[in-house]
Design a protein around this ligand. Sequence first.
Ligand code: ATP
Length: 333
Amino acid sequence: MKLKIAILAGDGIGPEVTEATQKVLRDAKVEIDWEVHHAGLEVVKLTGNPLPPSVVEAVRKNRIALKGPVTTPIGKGFRSVNVTLRQTLDLYANVRPIRSLPNVELRFDVDMVIVRENTEGLYAGLELMIMPGVAQSIKLTTEVASTNIAEFAFRYAAQNGRKRVTIVHKANIMKISDGLALDCARRVGEKHKEIELREMIVDAAAMTMVRDPNRLGVLVTENLYGDILSDLGAGLVGGLGIVPGANIGDSCAVFEAVHGSAPDIAGKGFANPTALIQSAVMMLRHLGENVAAQNIETALTDVYREGNVRTRDLAGTASTDDFAAAISRKLAS
Ligand code: ATP
């Protein structure tokens, strides 16, 4: 049966990496009926809104979307497209597997997962100017969201053969907000005795990630810490061109790379499509298309292992299309 998936190519390098990913999916013989939608800079020019409500509704209706990066125009009046999409559709869990690829020079092999709470914390959008010269951002932490994200992390660990969940917090300073999130994780941990729960303060977690990241297993944390630590994780495995992501809710899921729209290299044809291709692999697994997912993952890993075709962010010379074509050749062989 054909899969029905909404696709948002985004802007900047979005259309380039999206086209490469669609080609790989086609060559892996996955039958997809794409419903094409637009968000980002071009859409602002046409509608005055980078994320028209009709696009959000289309994702809600399709339940699954593959999304390229979208730039949020800087300035008053625009909320981040990514944050709005995640909050409106209640895509509360942001999953970012941080995994090394063969032949990408690293200090050690990394295999950990970051599960980031996606709907609240300092991203709740509750900011105000209390008086001239004094601004306030409210870090919203609820028992419901903190429990949901901890439950998700334990479920993910159980389903993916991981033995440990690490809750990352700063409850020694933010005793009430991070303290609440920590208590929720402990309560959830009580119900999952088969998986070890570790607790770590966020600064210690940053250090552990660069010294011994695999010790963390599935790292679960609030929104801002998760955002920062996932770029750190990307740096550990070769940069933003590599790391995939998924935003998962109870009824919808949007799959997107960790990287942004990379305006510095947009339109030049040499962005690395690995992150979005790996996000598409996560999407296929989410949909139960495990054979196609495994075939693409194996082909991609083989291209890295052989090391002849790689993009400029990894000191190669291949274009985005060359890289996708190399994966397609592997799929055909
Ligand atoms: P955002 O705020 O939207 O997350 P950002 O400002 O953090 O975006 P990115 O757009 O992700 O930044 O880009 C950061 C750097 O990483 C840029 O130098 C960019 O060229 C590089 N980069 C990001 N994605 C890729 C990619 N897929 N291939 C190659 N280089 C990339």
